[in-house]
Design a protein around this ligand. Structure first.
Ligand code: MEV
Length: 426
């Protein structure tokens, strides 16, 4: 057996400068000077901001920051900033939005911005009795919670209500206490975590139990956003519209398909979430849990034909914020919000739900017509042409030739480029 002499135990790594960390990682991975130079390029994110956002930073990783035009949502036009590593997502969203501009465009409506903080109480000798006792002390508990965030309360937000549930776990009965908090324009996790920690002691006293967990729930069921749209069947053709409804029905009946259907929705939602520096894991976790709320996993959107229209409707929890957290410190996120022109979490959630629905429509339309690979292959072929060194109009010429001849490869792109350049020289 070969001995691994390298140790990943590096005391004080977190305290080192970016340069010191880079030196260690360079040696560890035999990085070249060129590779280190790439890491040293922090682009539009100042190292000091990067180090505020995360720990042990040695660089930043850029993804394309794109704009999807054509969106009309609740009667207002938007340019949508999107960040994604996946080709075709932005093109598909922009294209779908063109079909959704009539009658005010895509409609969307978000609930109030209520988050849930949970306090899980164990070891209460009388869990069922104590759970109800908690409700008697509701005002006192809400007051303590609200004392942690006077600003939020002064703006009309804050802890509003309490719920209690009894859970039967393999470690005995647990009282789950929910603080329902209006977090206004914040994503709210920090706010409600502080509240949960602040009220835990009183709840322990009331129940005679121990508060085991005090944390936000990302199952944000009081923070749903709905989006809906009607597209004249004539705009896409009855055959395509019917097939989109077929696809919707298949997703309702088949969990394997429902997951991919929802992934298509999240392609749009998460691209906006990344551009605006949201906690996209929270959104995804909440979305999937909501999709499974009936006990079996279902699509978040449905499509039907009604009175000559293809009608799409989406409903999902969206826990997003426009104040606090990374949103405030990341310069690109701030620019993204400015491009959107949004000032409230509600509006941002509505935009995201609208983009999710458009993305879903684009995917289903492609799937039931040309198939998804046609668009992907076009982009892939273009990328290969660019990698081979093509520029300007040569990119499309090479991509189109490769697609027409069914030979899509880097080597063929290079060969075509050489031929075209030679012809051009003559
Ligand atoms: C690919 O990223 C997303 C799709 O698979 C979504 C779908 O199948 O509905 C195309």
């Amino acid at each position: 057996m070969e001995l691994n002499e390298k140790s990943s135990r590096i005391p004080g790594f977190y305290n080192m400068s970016v340069e010191e960390r880079l030196k260690i990682v360079k040696e560890w991975a035999n990085l070249t000077d060129d590779e280190v130079a790439i890491l040293r390029n922090f682009g539009n994110l100042d190292p000091s901001i990067a180090s505020c956002i995360s720990e042990n930073v040695i660089g930043v990783m850029c993804y394309p920051f794109s704009i999807a035009p054509n969106f009309k949502i609740n009667g207002k036009d938007y340019l949508i900033p999107m960040v994604t590593e996946e080709p075709s997502v932005v093109a598909a969203a922009s294209n779908a939005a063109r079909f959704m501009r009539r009658d005010g465009g895509i409609k969307a409506l978000a609930d109030k911005q209520y988050m849930v903080a949970q306090i899980h109480i164990m070891k209460s000798l009388m869990p069922r009795y104590s759970a109800l006792e908690i409700l008697i002390h509701k005002d006192e508990i809400l007051e303590i919670a609200n004392s942690t965030n006077k600003t939020l309360v002064s703006l009309g937000g804050g802890a509003k209500d309490i719920e209690v549930r009894i859970l039967e776990t393999r470690r005995g009965p647990v009282i789950a206490v929910h603080l329902i908090v209006d977090v206004l324009d914040a994503m709210g996790a920090n706010t409600v975590n502080t509240m949960a920690e602040a009220v835990a002691h009183l709840i322990e006293k009331i129940t005679g139990g121990e508060a085991r967990l005090k944390i936000v729930s990302n199952y944000a069921i009081y923070r749903l956003t709905r989006s809906w749209v009607k597209i004249p069947v004539d705009d896409i053709g009855l055959d395509v519209a019917e097939k989109i409804v077929d696809a919707s029905a298949i997703a309702e009946a088949d969990v394997f398909r429902a997951v991919t259907h929802n992934k298509g929705i999240l392609n749009g939602v998460i691209a906006v979430a990344l551009a605006t520096a949201q906690d996209h894991r929270a959104i995804e976790a909440g979305a999937h849990a909501y999709a499974a709320r009936s006990g079996s996993y279902k699509p978040l959107s449905t499509w039907n034909i009604e009175n000559g229209y293809l009608v799409g409707a989406l409903e999902m929890p969206l826990q997003v914020g426009v104040v606090g957290g990374t949103v405030k410190v990341h310069p690109i996120a701030r620019i993204a919000l400015k491009i959107l022109g949004v000032k409230t979490a509600k509006e941002l959630a509505e935009i995201m739900a609208a983009v999710g629905l458009a993305q879903n429509f684009a995917a289903l339309k492609a799937l039931v017509t040309t198939g998804i690979q046609a668009g992907h292959m076009k982009l892939h072929a273009r990328n290969l042409a660019i990698m081979a060194g093509a520029t300007g109009e040569l990119i499309d010429m090479i991509a189109e030739t490769m697609i027409r001849e069914g030979k899509i490869s880097f080597d063929y792109a290079r060969e075509l480029l050489q031929k075209l350049v030679k012809t051009g020289d003559k």
